[in-house]
Design a protein around this ligand. Sequence first.
Ligand code: CA
Ligand code: CA
Ligand code: CA
Ligand code: CA
Length: 228
Amino acid sequence: MTGRGLAVVLLLVLARLAGAACTTLPAGCGVADNDGDGCPDLCDVCPVDPDPDQADADGDGVGDACDLCPGIEDHPTGMVHRAKLSALLPPAGDDRLDLLDVRDLEGAIIHPEQEALEIRLADHDGEIVRLSLDPAVAGPYWVRRGGGLRETWRWRPPSPAGASGIKALKLTRKGDLFAFKAKARALDLSAADADHLGVTLRVGDDCWSAFAPICSPLGGGKNLVCRR
Ligand SMILES: [Ca+2]
Ligand SMILES: [Ca+2]
Ligand SMILES: [Ca+2]
Ligand SMILES: [Ca+2]
């Protein structure tokens, strides 16, 4: 993890410990407030979902507005390493998630071939898209390699049409670290016009959130690229 990434994670952990009410923020939250809810990004329990009350019923530091694991403690929030969304201009429906690359998350024991999987993308206008895999349908297409300290799972269906548009996934657990990559197409990502992006992955009862602090529209708005 880079020094900057570590600092952001530490601030998010501080916000978690503080209960994260926007009126009692710890120092160092900065002033950037992408979703305009009065709580700066670095201490916002949902940095891309407007939630001025910062409601967090399960107290895990991920607000109710963006918590895909309500009632269950999420893993600590991380950073998006890179994301690229393309073909965002009309016609609708041809949009693609060319790459979603999230790293440096907390490791966990998962069984994606047996568990429901969701990926949520959101910006300050709310949810852009939610991709879901039903294990009853997706299970046969998971390929697991390794074990012990390092495990990888790759998923590639015969057709993305029956898989929420997802065409490839890779999940990696290396010791205490976890990472995932995703590609999808035939989506409606037209709401993705912001300079920040929030990502949540759920595998069964395990949830990870990550934040992309720097996104840029390129090609006259055709593409959106986010970097760490
Ligand atoms: Ca905010
Ligand atoms: Ca918020
Ligand atoms: Ca929560
Ligand atoms: Ca939770």
